[in-house]
Structures are given as C-alpha cells and as structure tokens.
Design a protein. Structure first.
Lengths: 140, 140
DNA sequence: TTCGTTATCGCAACTCAGTTGCACAAATTG
DNA sequence: CAATTTGTGCAACTGAGTTGCGATAACGAA
C-alpha cells in the first residue's frame, strides 16, 4: 500500500512548481515517487488504486510533470513512453537499461564517456541517448 | 533519377536471400541502396516514383528485408521507425545521429567503448543502443 | 510456353499510443 | 460572492503499424 509520505512529498513538489495540487496530480506523482522502474502510461493506470483519472488527464499530468522536470520521459523501441521520477542521481543525463524479455526499464546512474563521439563535420552535439539492452536479474 | 545499378544490385541481393524479386521489393531496396540517410516509411512512399505499392506491402517488404539483415530499423523518439541499408560499416552495432531540427537520421560508424557499463548485479548485457542528438550541418 | 504451387500483394478493417477541441468543474483572486 | 484562471472529462481524431483473407503473380517443373 502507498505510504502517506509520498502523498505529502508529491503535494509539496507540485506546490513548489506553482501548480494546483489536485487529487489526480498528487496520486500520480506519489505513485511515481514510490516506483523503482520507469513505467508506462498503461502501467500507471493499472496501479492507481480505486477510481482512475481520465486517460487524457493522465497524459496531461505526465506532460505537466515532465515539463517542470519532476519526472522524465524515456523513449523505447516499443513506441511507448515510460516515466520515471527525477531523483538527484537521475536529474541530468543518464543511461537506461531495458530488459529484452520482460520489457522492464530502469535508470542507470552513469553515462559512459561517449560525449566525444566523432560527428560528421559541421554537426553540432547536443545530447546523447543511451539504452543498454539485456536481461534483468529476474529474467536471466 | 535512380541508377539502374541499384535495381540490379537489389534484385541480386533479394535472390541471394531466396526470395522472389518482385517489383515492389526491388524498387524499395534499390531506393534504400541509393539513400544516404535512414528514412521513414512515409519518406520511402514519397520518394517512390510512379505508382506506389500498398502501405501494408511496404511495411511487409521492410520487415522482410530487415529480417534477412539487408537493412536495419532504427528507433527514435518520434515513435517512427527509420530504415537504412546495411553497408559493411553498419552491418553490426553502431550509433545513430538525429538532428533535433529537421529530424534527419544518419548512421555513425563507431560505437564508443560503452560496453563496460556497470549494470546492477545479476543483469546481463546484450546490446547497446546509442543516439546522439544535435544539429546537422544544414541546420546549424 | 504453359501450368501449378505458393510466396507475395492489396484491400479492409483493426489496434494502440497519444492528441485536440471544447464544455464543464474546481480553485483562486479581488 | 462574482470573475477569472486552471484543470478535468468526454468525444472524436491522428498516425504508425498490424492482421486476416481472397486475389495475383513469381518461378520452377513439365
């Protein structure tokens, strides 16, 4: 069951961003705070106890949280966004791991020193996106 | 206009895989052989001169070519697959570059030595997917 | 060259993630 | 409390990709 701490932390974080701490926002952010992995829109819906907010509202809340840097979106090869809270360690660029069997996604702390990749002449570096694929501990 | 060389190379490659060298397959593969960048399903449709094959056929041809290793699919954050021929340099793992302005995608030859990324204990490495983002020479 | 097999194509209809527009509801402010 | 802003819920839409199935056309054998 969800600890009350996450609820109040979520509320606090949302207020700090100058947004209204509505029930939906608080519940969604609290759920993400309690979650280890990066999870999809679908998974969030499934894990929200009781009455779920409207699909569209969920998308909008997630976008709102991402815009304010409270969470981040992760691309994947299954064309589905996954969402994860921005803990201190993950607040900036980091790599992701995706299990090729169970599709679980977790954040990895360090980004290898690939920052100096040689680009074609005239190209300008901005960011790097790195996903390591393999089997997670449960699927090995 | 498309060189005849690509047509015959395409036909040869398809035959070598034991498939029927149908008009659609040959035209699509020839187009990809002539193409520098990794392009989307949509872009392929647009660039096919004259009568286009059915949408579904195009998807199936691309899947068929990818299954046989003649081309490879590239993930992106816009939820659209891009396709690129497997030249010798790109036949195995390599990084990709995506322009954040014009969405152009090109293949980069080298993959940085990120193979020794530290994974959580019990996790097993398989492959690495790396996309560098920035501005291409035309968009700088 | 024709013929039979069967790989491949084309169509229609579908799935699924995500988006947009708009009226309504709930906060917040004066 | 009225006015304004902010967020929600519904319906309808978009766009990529998929599935089922009957029709078509490669290609090897005769």
């Amino acid at each position: 069951m969800m600890s009350n701490t996450y609820q109040s932390t979520a509320e606090e974080l949302i207020r700090k961003e100058g947004g209204r701490a509505t029930e939906g926002r608080v519940r969604i952010l609290a759920l993400l705070l309690a979650e280890e992995q990066a999870i999809t829109h679908r998974e969030i819906e499934e894990r929200l106890p009781g009455q779920q907010p409207d699909r569209v509202t969920l998308y909008r809340v997630l976008q709102w949280l991402a815009d304010r840097g409270l969470i981040h979106k992760i691309t994947s090869d299954d064309r589905v966004w996954r969402f994860h809270v921005n803990h201190a360690a993950y607040s900036r660029q980091h790599a992701h791991f995706k299990c090729t069997k169970c599709a679980k996604v977790v954040c990895l702390e360090d980004l290898p020193s690939g920052r100096h990749m040689t680009l074609p002449t005239g190209y300008q570096f901005q960011t790097i996106e790195l996903t390591v694929k393999g089997l997670c501990a449960q699927c090995v």
